[in-house]
Design a protein around this ligand. Structure first.
Ligand SMILES: Cc1cc2nc3c(=O)[nH]c(=O)nc-3n(C[C@H](O)[C@H](O)[C@H](O)COP(=O)(O)O)c2cc1C
Length: 405
């Protein structure tokens, strides 16, 4: 009996297993990265008003339970652009996963494929899009920041199509200011471009584990990380180099660019970074198949509203004509249910899985998705919705403000 007990004794829990929610994963990630790199992921613009408001707005929403609803045939998957997703969730594009963990972008894409969801890969990623497509499988979207030379954009779009990406996500909220308004990152030096200062050197020296696991491993294999998905001629290293050619900022982008991309890109076209009805309508009229209601995770205009507060009005205006996705601030499975109730077809999140990948690579990203999926399943049970189609606005106990005052 004693032996059997010993044989059946539980393995000690790993640090990852002890992460019970995204906040725990965030704390774990913090211990794995240089302080400045963690801040680069974690923080927002200026006074971080938009960053904080994203969470406050979600927290203000309460859902009403509905009891005695049979859940034995519950199916929490959805169909997005004609294909299945195991839950209504897509990993948002973030050009930094490859610096948090060796081949972090591949880890994110593989985690998404394993958990049956889609993953958007950022323009600034350091793993070639062809490698991601060949080695990750699953549903992959490519995010494009437009550059001034339009032909370069079309070249990147064609390359993504050849590589098998199903959707092009054009981010429109920050092209004129690609660095964002980023006092916090300028202070730490972990900005774009990275700055070699006594502070950043000390920071990295204090994190030899990260240096060995990530940077030295790149040096031994593919060489120092570069922006390999930028247009040809601009695929610079992530480090600053004298006289290097930077991809030019785009100051003259307009809705005509979306119409033109619609002609060039044969796949699903999504416009990311919409916060007002007129812009949502303009995107639909230029041929977008979907829009992402997003304030860029509080990393662009600091006085922007929370995306979840902007969602109901936009979804009411264009939800019948296009696929509306909600991004920014999602940290819990309950947030998915809130966004569905307010008109989104699915949600996107950047930091949730970034914390996971920074903490423990692919296993960490999968863990983040499992936690969110489990919370989503439980919340759907509490509100008595066996499928996403059953989620309607009447489950909301308190609606978010639509207009000030
Ligand atoms: C570290 C980091 C890098 C990001 N890089 C990009 C990017 O290259 N392109 C883009 O469209 N959005 C980028 N974003 C914004 C995300 O796509 C997404 O809008 C945001 O993370 C959503 O907010 P959340 O992190 O609260 O979920 C980035 C976000 C973070 C946190």
């Amino acid at each position: 009996m004693q032996t059997r007990l010993r044989a059946g004794a539980r393995q000690p829990m790993s640090r990852l297993d002890r992460c019970l929610n995204i906040a725990d994963l965030r704390a774990y990630a913090r211990t794995q990265l240089p302080w400045g790199l963690f801040d680069y992921i974690d923080r927002g613009s200026d006074d971080e008003l938009a960053l904080k408001e994203n969470r406050r707005a979600f927290d203000r929403i309460q859902l009403r339970t509905k009891v005695m609803v049979p859940l034995d045939k519950a199916d929490l998957s959805t169909t997005l652009f004609g294909k299945p997703l195991k839950m209504p969730y897509i990993i948002s594009p973030t050009g930094i996963a490859g610096m948090c963990s060796y081949q972090g972008e591949l880890s994110l894409a593989r985690a998404a494929a394993t958990r049956g969801i889609a993953c958007a890969v950022a323009t600034g990623s350091v793993t070639p899009m062809e490698q991601l497509s060949a080695e990750a499988g699953g549903r992959l979207w490519f995010q494009l920041y437009m550059s001034r030379e339009r032909e370069l954009n079309y070249g990147v779009a064609r390359r993504a199509h050849r590589a098998g990406f199903e959707a092009l996500v054009v981010t429109v909220d920050s092209g004129f200011n690609p660095g964002g308004t980023r006092e916090n990152w300028r202070r730490t030096g972990f900005d774009q471009p990275f700055a070699f200062t006594p502070r950043t050197v000390l920071d990295i020296a204090c994190h030899p584990g990260w240096l060995a696991r990530v940077i030295l491993r790149y040096m031994r294999t593919s060489g120092f990380p570069r922006h390999v998905n930028y247009p040809e001629g601009f695929q610079e290293s992530v480090l600053p180099a004298k006289g290097r050619t930077k991809a030019p900022r785009v100051l003259d982008q307009s809705w005509d660019d979306i119409a033109r991309l619609r002609d060039v890109w044969p796949g699903i076209l999504i416009v990311k970074g919409i916060l007002r009805v007129e812009d949502a309508i303009a995107a639909v009229e230029r041929g977008a198949d979907g829009i992402v209601v997003s304030n860029h995770g509080g990393r662009c205009m600091d006085v922007a509203p929370a995306s979840i507060d902007a969602l109901p009005e936009i979804a009411a205006a264009v939800g019948h004509r296009t696929t509306v996705l909600l991004d920014s601030g999602v940290r819990r499975g309950a947030d998915i249910v809130k966004a569905l109730a307010l008109g989104a077809k699915a949600v996107m999140s950047g930091r949730s899985t970034l914390y996971g990948v920074a903490a423990a690579g692919q296993a960490g990203a999968e863990h983040a998705l499992k936690l969110i999926e489990n919370e989503y399943r439980l919340t759907m049970g509490y509100v008595g919705c066996p499928t996403p189609a059953d989620v309607t606005a009447d489950i909301i106990a308190h609606r978010p403000r639509l207009t000030p005052g």
